[in-house]
Design a protein around this ligand. Structure first.
Ligand SMILES: [Zn+2]
Ligand SMILES: [Zn+2]
Ligand SMILES: [Zn+2]
Length: 495
């Protein structure tokens, strides 16, 4: 078999994805034909045209005949893959994540690197968001058709090598051919250099805790913690709550509820000039025979922040009396009140509990709660700021984002935060967080004048629960009441 290939076309930290693209380009062979020619026994035996994703995998190169592939590329690519992946993730060896999960499932790339036919494992690594060679932000979808490209030997999103299905050219070798394929790249990112130089034994004493989807190498290489906790040995003896509720799930619930209430108090204090606006929206207040008034953006931000953070059914108040925050449940099913991040918090609980298995229970429980409080507090405030950003437009147009949009907002608000601690928890826990700069926005409140405030004060609540009760009391509700109920239902369904 005659194959055009040079050893120098493969570079350090390169993924097989760009290697296969180059191989396909140089030999004018279509990807699936490459898979069939270089395929292991499994693929060669496949008569049908369909090759499943499992055989298109680029981690273990399942679909290829190892020996044949290594001979063609003049290098042990499987070994290179393993070695590179291990170099990147070995400092996190104590995490329970599978190696694959530290890497994106779709291609992310640096335009500069890809322009020269190079794609790196660094670009796929979930703890990085810029190219360590060029410092450029990584791309994750075609700038023309906005499609993702799966990290597979696949024609799903690609046409010819390095060309998107839509025709967009990621790398143009029509003139240069392969002249630049052996150009070497140099790592310039200090964070990455530090990470690669890390002695793996360093982690024997201290561990990291963070959510893999919201981590960053910057967090794990910094020597300047944001804050540190006190050691928990002294602290836990003072807390009385713990002796009253021996169940850790309940303790987590109680602490979470407390942190939510204090963030809420902090926000309400900031919004003290809009308390009437808030109660108007939250209690669906309006005047007799009039429509619902214009919504104050400050009130909108608070009411919808609260509703989505707690994952409540309605934005308006459930009942006139009592609050709508769930009480602790004895079966442990309701772990937190800030339900929108329950999975993320649950992950941290599991991972921390696993990592600190051998530590004294009371000490690690106190440490865990301290950690969860940091994450929840920071998230809740970021989340409010994000709701506030959209409040101006959304309040005016009387709508609320759908669940996909809320999920997106949640993901950008989840703090990039990491905790460093020693397993014995005898020294303080360090907390490092990459916080985003805050934007300051101002909106016009529709209830600024004394006159409009007076009007607000006279409005009555129209909560669906109270209207229903009132109608029941009437026995035979008249048309006016029915019309009112229909109007309120229509109004709340807009959000
Ligand atoms: Zn680059
Ligand atoms: Zn495209
Ligand atoms: Zn207001």
């Amino acid at each position: 078999m005659n194959v055009i290939w040079r050893k120098e076309w493969t570079k350090k930290y390169e993924t097989p994805w760009s290697i296969i693209e180059k191989l396909s380009f140089a030999n004018r062979v279509e990807r699936d034909d490459l898979l069939r020619v270089l395929g292991g026994g499994g693929i060669k035996g496949i008569k049908s045209k369909v090759i499943g994703d499992k055989r298109r995998d680029l981690f273990d190169l399942n679909g290829f005949d190892d020996e044949l592939l290594c001979r063609v590329l003049e290098l042990d690519i499987l070994d290179l893959n393993k070695h590179t992946i291990n170099t990147l993730i070995s400092p996190l060896h104590y995490y329970r994540e599978l190696p694959h999960s530290w890497f994106y499932k779709n291609i992310r790339w640096c335009t500069e690197c890809l322009g020269n036919g190079y794609h790196s494992w660094f670009h796929q690594f979930t703890l990085l968001d810029s190219c360590p060679f060029h410092g450029l932000a990584l791309m994750e979808m075609c700038p023309n058709c906005h499609n993702h490209i799966p990290f597979l030997v696949s024609n799903k999103s690609l046409d010819m090598p390095f060309i998107c299905k839509c025709g967009y050219i990621f790398a143009d070798f029509s003139e240069s051919r392969w002249r630049n394929w052996n150009k070497q790249n140099i790592i310039t990112d200090e964070v990455v250099m530090k990470w690669l130089s890390k002695d793996n034994t360093e982690t024997a004493g201290s561990l990291w805790l963070f959510h893999p989807r919201h981590g960053h190498l910057k967090l794990l290489t910094t020597e300047h913690p944001l804050i540190t906790s006190k050691p928990f040995i002294i602290q836990h003896t003072v807390k009385r709550e713990e002796t009253r509720s021996p169940d850790i799930k309940r303790k987590i619930f109680v602490a979470n509820r407390e942190i939510f209430i204090s963030v809420q108090r902090y926000i309400l204090k900031k919004l003290k000039r809009h308390h009437q606006c808030i109660s108007q929206l939250w209690e669906l207040k309006k005047g007799d025979m009039t429509e619902f008034p214009e919504i104050c953006p400050y009130a909108y931000a608070y009411v919808f922040w609260r509703k989505s953070l707690l994952e409540l059914d309605h934005f308006y108040r459930r009942n006139i009396r009592g609050d709508d925050i769930d009480p602790p449940k004895n079966n442990g099913s309701g772990m937190v009140v800030t339900k929108i991040i329950k999975d993320e918090l649950h992950y941290l609980v599991e991972e921390f509990t696993r990592q600190t298995k051998k530590t004294n229970d009371t000490v690690r429980e106190a440490a865990l709660i301290w950690i969860l409080n940091r994450v929840t507090g920071e998230f809740s405030i970021n989340f409010f700021n994000e709701w506030f950003k959209i409040a101006g437009e959304a309040a005016g147009k009387e709508y609320a984002p759908n669940s996909t949009e809320v999920e997106r907002i949640k993901n950008i608000c989840f703090p990039k935060i990491a905790f460093k601690y020693d397993v014995s928890l005898k020294s303080p826990i360090e907390c490092i967080s990459l916080s985003k700069p805050r934007e300051y926005l101002y909106y016009k409140c529709p209830n600024k004048t004394l006159q409009s405030r007076k009007k607000l004060a006279q409005m009555k609540s129209h909560l669906p629960s109270s209207i229903a009760i009132a109608m029941k009391g009437l026995g035979n509700p008249n048309d006016d009441n029915k019309r009112l109920q229909a109007y309120v239902d229509r109004y709340v369904s807009k959000f």
